[in-house]
Write a protein that binds this ligand. Structure first.
Ligand code: F6R
Length: 341
């Protein structure tokens, strides 16, 4: 049933080109399209990995299409309801996460229009929301979300594309190829560093900050190595005290407005003797020279870099967990869906 893979998680990581492509291909129906086009403000609610996709969406939608977006954690939202207007989107792969559903019900009670992004047709969230945008990830058995995460990004990136007058049609219809290109990456050197560590940091800026948060979540969830996802510029405001030669920092540093400030952050971390594993674009020799381990991702559009960097971080967490002989598909203390608030 694992299709020749050692774990469901690895099988599901490898299914991502297809599940991403299928979600793009399914598109957005007219009803949902109208909701999205008519919204002045968008609020998203989600938990865990799904919350990270909403943060990525916020960075992309605000910077690329200038819409005002709020991303909220379901578990907080319920007790500290923000002023709500416009469209509220619940993002939940299972469609059963109690906190996310409770938040959506509150949005409904405040007369917001509501949309569910989920992987499970007929799940509770689809019965609460006015409309549903279905992801096409197929069943995910590993407890750690992998293909459901990238399928959520496929759904959310389509919303960005719609609001940007379909400027990214071409990028999105080819993104699965780039995801396929990174699946066989050899991350052994980085795994060797992480599997010896008790603590690690994952850092990035802009959309790569939530990508780093997700990389850290995946690492702690399945390998039990304590990992923190941080906005790169924040490390010097306290966490620098934790940097040692035994504390690897995984830094995502790709071309764009924050490249040079990221490169100087990396130098500051190196000066504190932390080993740095950098994800940068293929051919970036300058970056490769200043870090301990350089992992090149394809030099493509920002939207695609978000996807490929995320997949590389899934592989890093997966292989680290395997080296540490963890129960990859069923990490301790966790369940696939959290149906209590
Ligand atoms: C982590 C993970 C969880 C879920 C979270 C929300 O790998 O899977 O953090 O993302 O429990 O689940 P859904 O998306 O079903 O609402």
């Amino acid at each position: 049933r694992k299709g020749g893979f050692d774990h469901y998680m690895l099988k599901e990581i490898f299914e991502q080109p297809q599940s991403f492509y299928e979600t793009i291909r399914a598109g957005i129906d007219d009803n949902v399209r109208q909701m999205i086009m008519g919204a002045d403000e968008i609020t998203l609610v989600a938990c865990g990995t799904s919350y990270h996709t909403t943060l990525i969406f916020k960075y992309l939608a605000e910077s690329l299409c200038n819409i005002s977006v709020r991303a909220e954690m379901g578990s907080e939202f319920k007790y500290f309801v923000p002023p709500l207007r416009g469209l509220v989107i619940a993002v939940t792969q299972s469609g059963e996460t109690a906190d996310t559903i409770a938040a959506l019900k509150m949005a409904k009670a405040r007369n917001c229009s509501t949309l569910a992004i989920t992987n499970v047709q007929g799940s509770t969230v689809t019965r609460v929301a006015d409309s549903t945008l279905l992801m096409r990830a197929g069943p995910e058995i590993g407890v750690a979300a992998t293909k459901s995460y990238t399928a959520q990004l496929a759904a959310l990136m389509q919303i960005v594309n719609l609001r940007c007058e379909r400027a990214f049609d071409d990028v999105l219809s080819h993104a699965h190829l780039a995801i396929g290109d990174v699946l066989l990456y050899d991350v052994r050197d980085a795994v060797a560093l992480c599997s010896k560590a008790d603590h690690a940091f994952f850092v990035g800026r802009g959309a790569f900050y939530p990508v780093a948060m997700e990389g850290a979540l995946k690492m702690k969830e399945i390998s039990y190595v304590h990992a923190e996802g941080y906005a790169a510029g924040e490390l010097k405001h306290g966490p620098f005290a934790l940097l040692t030669p035994e504390t690897p920092v995984v830094a995502i540093c790709t071309p764009g407005p924050t490249y040079s400030v990221m490169a100087s952050n990396i130098k500051e971390m190196k000066a504190r003797r932390a080993p740095v594993i950098a994800l940068g674009v293929d051919g970036d020799k300058e970056l490769a020279e200043i870090v301990d381990i350089f992992i090149p991702i394809p030099n493509t559009h920002l939207l695609v870099q978000v996807l490929t960097a995320s997949v590389v971080l899934q592989l890093l967490a997966y292989h680290t967990a395997c080296v540490l002989q963890r129960d990859v598909d069923k990490p301790r203390n966790l369940a696939k869906s959290v149906t209590v608030e």
